[in-house]
Design a protein around this ligand. Sequence first.
Ligand code: GLV
Length: 325
Amino acid sequence: MAEIFITRKVFGEVIEILEKEGHTIDINNTDTILPSPKLVKRARGKAGLVSLLNDRIDSQVMNELSSLKVISNIAVGYDNIDIDAATRRSIMVTNTPGVLTETTADLAFALLLSAARKIPEADSYIRAGKFKNWQLMQPQMGVDIYEKTLGIVGMGAIGQAVAKRAHRGFDMRVIYFNSSRKELAEKEYKAEFVEFDELLSNSDFISIHVPLTEKTTHMFSRNAFKRMKKNAILVNTARGPVVDEKALVSAIKNGQIRGAALDVFEEEPKVHPELIKMAENVVLAPHIGSASIETRLRMAKMAAKNMAEGLKGNKPPNLVNDAVF
Ligand code: GLV
């Protein structure tokens, strides 16, 4: 029986699962991000830490938490955790893959549609009482989606779920860039494997689905934007720092690309002030890729089960750092 610290508000089911196992729970019910010293203070002496993607758990934090055995992150991404540092200390780290794939792909597509067809702008127009008559030259004329080319950067599970929607629902041509070929996507969704530069210059829409690593940081740089089509719309539901936000702002301002739909930001929860102003060609969402009630609950329960298994000394189903086992 162990003590667990949960860094933020979670569904009651998480607590039920862990208490049933006989564990004692301490929880930060304020639901605000705890600065490292506070997090350390609350988690000290505990064997389990249930974290969210915006809790930074680096090697300094781990140095202070010598009793820690399992970190269960309620997210598929785990760039907030220093995995090497955890592995060196034999701390298991787990994530929540799979259960959020379709939901995140839905959101990526929703953003793509919203930006292409200017839905947020149209909504604001009506609310502002500006809808007086149907006009042929309507201010909210967007661009077509069907039969256009979608470039997918990162063809993991979520990338493939986006490809499925594009191919089956919208007759889009799908091209992709990934570290390896994905036969299923090539066969089922007619996805074509291309080099990054080719993807940039041929896509009408680009959707990002890579994890954040040193390699993918600022993958969308000034140079990348220069290669993109003038009509292109960039969709990011992965991680903010994959896109150089300053370069994105310039690219939109200079007409190098048409616009963007962003669910994630370089310095969350901060958003570049210029992006906030760009209501006509930028759609913004507050990191809600997996935010359906069903999926968030599935993620939370999965995280609780990962924690329970790890604390039993078993290999958790979604162990990220296999080397510790
Ligand atoms: C969300 O961004 C996640 O990584 O689960």
